[in-house]
Design a protein around this ligand. Structure first.
Ligand SMILES: Cc1cc2nc3c(=O)[nH]c(=O)nc-3n(C[C@H](O)[C@H](O)[C@H](O)COP(=O)(O)O)c2cc1C
Length: 193
């Protein structure tokens, strides 16, 4: 078991503001062990016909078509907490994050469906989602927030319900806002100790 799994979605990799703030927070909290997956540096392959067939025909979990999905789900299963740092792209989650979800949201593996709806099969865990957007997405009458409800619902389906969204909104986020976000991340990390 490890303390956290960090999914970094920014196309700017280590040059991203969100990545920098998380790394600063980690520098002030020692003793945590975990794993980071940078989706731009290490992109996931598109969904293949084999994977789509395996999912829709409910093939056995050891079928080779599930290899990537199993690896990504295992990374979640072996982590006590989840960190997602991501931009908003065209009103929602970036395509690379959607692709990750397409691999980890699996019927009978990470959720089941019954008369009461979907039931998550993963252990719930503290989760922080640090969201960077070019304009305001929260309470903005001119830009509807599809990002937060979609990602909330997708994670809830798997049983991940302890979600904290932290927003960096606008192209020029001032230093006070950056510090406030770093403090929130630091607090989240300290609670994992
Ligand atoms: C393809 C693309 C689509 C974007 N769409 C939105 C959007 O719908 N709403 C928004 O507020 N910002 C949008 N942005 C701006 C990014 O969210 C913003 O540049 C953010 O800082 C990116 O975070 P990053 O530096 O971690 O990549 C978009 C940027 C790109 C590249």
């Amino acid at each position: 078991m490890q303390d956290y799994f960090w999914l970094d979605v920014s196309p700017h990799s280590t040059n991203s503001l969100t990545t920098r703030l998380i790394e600063n927070a980690f520098a002030n909290v020692s003793g945590l062990q975990g794993m980071k997956r940078q989706l731009s540096d290490e992109p996931l392959p598109n969904i293949t016909a084999d994977y789509a067939r395996a999912v829709t025909q409910n093939l056995a979990f050891d079928h080779p078509s599930y290899a990537i999905s199993e690896q990504l789900i295992n990374q979640l299963e072996m982590s006590r907490a989840l960190i997602i740092s991501t931009p908003v792209h065209n009103l929602g989650v970036p395509a690379s994050l959607k692709l990750w979800l397409d691999y980890v949201l699996r019927s009978q593996r990470t959720f089941t469906s019954g008369s009461e709806g979907k039931v998550g099969l993963l252990a719930d865990r503290p989760t922080i989602i640090i969201v960077k957007s070019g304009s305001r997405i929260v309470n903005n009458s001119r830009q509807q927030d599809f990002f937060t409800p979609y990602l909330t619902f997708a994670l809830n389906i798997m049983g991940i319900n302890q979600l904290s969204f932290v927003y960096l909104q606008g192209f020029d986020v001032n230093i006070e806002e950056q510090n406030a976000v770093q403090q929130k991340i630091q607090l989240f990390l300290q609670r994992l100790l």
